[in-house]
Design a binder for this molecule. Structure first.
Ligand SMILES: [Zn+2]
Length: 276
């Protein structure tokens, strides 16, 4: 299952748990068509249910649904064998009724037993969407799908959430204020993970390079600048053997600059030319 879908399903089941009190192991009513579908695709139905609902599951089948399979004989023996491994849900229908009707009656108007329904029946799925708080699972091309929350269920969820906030307006305000308060702890959780490696890295980088390299650079700069100053002053330090060399450089510089004084006479000539 792709991560994006897994996340969506996890959120969906969390919503069912919070709003309607769904608990693991999730009780999953499996109908006869679903049993056959799983056998046809050679898929591990129980395992798939666990993956999609992201929790432990207790597959169940009603008496009427397994009766439907019995009626079809040996052609669906594998499906019967699968269904026999599920917990039998007593429905108290003295004469077996259609599987769809049986599942619908067991779920009732409010799904008070908090069943998840795994069915391949399109009419039953549409019917269950009109009942609040019924997670519906079906298989499409061997991929198990947890249907998005139906409008009826979403409305019931909103009502349930409002009911939880009803006790007083002050508490509702607290909840509203509590939202920003809830966020900082999440940041704190993230915090320790981030800063630790970063701070360790910074210390490793700064401590060795900082004290060692910076003085070396600054001293070198001071020395060179001091040498330059001495050379500029024209007073070589007798104690410093480099002094004469520096002065030598300085003389070279003067020699390079010499043409200018020589040009001074040229300038003088130019000046005289200008005078003319
Ligand atoms: Zn029944």
């Amino acid at each position: 299952m792709r991560q994006k879908r897994a996340k969506a399903y996890r959120k969906l089941m969390q919503a069912y748990s919070l709003a309607f009190g769904f608990r693991q192991p999730y009780q999953v009513l499996v109908d006869s068509l679903m049993c056959k579908e799983a056998i046809d695709h050679k898929s591990d139905l129980v395992k798939q249910l666990g993956v999609v609902l992201q929790g432990t599951v207790k597959p169940m089948i009603t008496q009427c649904c397994i009766h439907e399979l019995y009626l079809q004989g040996k052609a669906v023996q594998a499906a019967v064998d699968l269904a026999k491994t599920f917990e039998r849900r007593k429905c108290n229908h003295k004469e077996a009724i259609l599987g769809d009707d049986c599942v619908a009656s067991v779920v009732g108007d409010t799904n008070k037993h908090r069943y998840v329904v795994a069915t391949q029946s399109q009419p039953l799925r549409s019917k269950l969407r009109k009942i609040p708080a019924v997670p519906v699972v079906h298989i499409n091309r061997s991929v198990m799908i947890l249907e998005p929350m139906s409008e009826t269920t979403a409305e019931a969820k909103e009502k349930a959430e409002q009911a939880q906030m009803l006790p007083s307006a002050a508490e509702a305000a607290k909840v509203a204020q509590g939202k920003p308060a809830e966020e900082p702890p999440r940041k704190k959780r993230k915090g320790p993970k981030g800063p630790n490696p970063l701070s360790v890295k910074k210390k490793k980088v700064q401590q060795p390079s900082g004290p060692v390299s910076k003085p070396a650079v600054s001293e070198g700069a001071d020395q060179t600048s001091a040498k330059r100053k001495r050379a500029d002053d024209g007073h070589p330090d007798p104690a410093n053997p480099e002094g004469p060399e520096k002065s030598g450089h300085k003389r070279k510089r003067r020699r390079k600059g010499a043409p200018k004084p020589a040009g001074g006479s040229v300038d003088g000539n130019n000046a005289s030319d200008n005078e003319d």
